[in-house]
Unconditional design. Sequence first.
Length: 506
Amino acid sequence: MMEILGQLTDGIWLALLPVNLMLIIIGVTLGLFIGAMPGLGSVNGVAILLPITFLVPPASAIIFLAAIYYGAMYGGAISSITLGIPGASTAVATTFDGRPLALQGKARLALVTAALASFIGGTVANLLFTGFAPLLASVALSFGPPEIFALMLLAFATFVGLGGDDIPKTIFSICIGLVLAAVGFDEISGEPRLIFGDISGFMHGINFLVLAIGVYGIGEMLWTIDSTRGKITSTETKMTVKGTIEDAKYGMKHSWKGTTIGSFLGFFVGILPAAGATPGSLMAYGVAKLTSKNPEKFGKGHPEGVAAPEAANNSASTGSMLPMLTLGIPGSPTTAILLGGMVIWGLTPGPRLFIDQPEFVWGLIGSFYVSNFFALVVNLSFIPLFIAMLRMPFTILASMIFVLSVVGGYAATRDMHDVWLMLGFGFAAYILRKLDFPLAPAVLAIVLGPIAEPTLRQSLLLSSGDPAIFFNRPIAGPITVVAIILILLPLFKFFWFKYRGVKEVA
């Protein structure tokens, strides 16, 4: 333990060297605005800025890129809260409660809560990373297709909680999401599916960010215009130090449970290869709602609905670094780019990296702590600027939302087909909301569908079609049982209340 603390101290001192500290501050600031811009996100930001890193040593290069990653995780919440457009797929769940808070004049509360939850999630993940890296890497390695599918099934089980009391509408919403997730080429057979008469744009599938921007950008704008009949002029929020401190106290008091859930669940999901921060944040939101004493407040502007996904996506971003460093397996699309950068710099990720390049590894881990702190400081410093956006008349905001949505939809795939698709999703989301259908389960289903389907089919291929594989494995079994119990819980509740009602009448 003392050896780890000594190495960590050396790593933090390395991160605090003037050149590295300057790169961290520049990185988190760039990441903050990259994350806030719809259609960009950490993947594009790191990929665009990767060539710049060849001008500095490898340790400084990855510290800079990791700082951008951290900043982008914080920044994704900004446009989700202020404009209702997810800056990145990792911030979609933040929109569910962040945007309603902003419309109620509580944007400062939402932004401060998001920043603090992000900081706590990052800190918890850093501590877990430092203390349990080899152990957690071996756990992640033991997750095969059955275990990952069981985890996805558990995530689907929380969907029922996201849809309110109308279970049929929730199931319908999930099915829409799963159908949309199936568009494109089948990963296993290579056959095209649901491409609607060989329309080439559907060949690459439906990009999740295009769907998210359409639903929560265009759809939310249409809903706001319709529900207010254009009477919204601006959202008034005064920015003071005293008010910020009060919001910080209030936000943490009412969201500590969601922050805790997001911090630990996000890290665990983040270390699983190919999972990443998006499923982690969505699952954290679902579990936070499922375990809340006031689940009916979620979706209407509850600080816990902002804190849980924000803590989770920051925690997961650190967690996804773990399999990259210890196993050479990227835990997310962004870490896949970082992995490529390490190979270009002449480093070989894997178990021997900690032995052969300890200064590099511990310098990176030390930079996590420093980047997390400066990301919080930079984020809080820019909150007045974000609040100023909300003081604009809604007629200007609506135009800005539309333009940013179109640009973001195009930037995601560079395909005009996706822009038209995004507009269609926006109009469809508006109609579904008018009919009181929950949108969150559909969005979650299109995220988890591409992970759940291939792992289900691979598992059944391994077991020659025997579904018992999900029950007789030591990790998959308990997760599957818990998921089935959660799925059947509404049915048990229905019969229980029906039985109680009959008994009371008798």
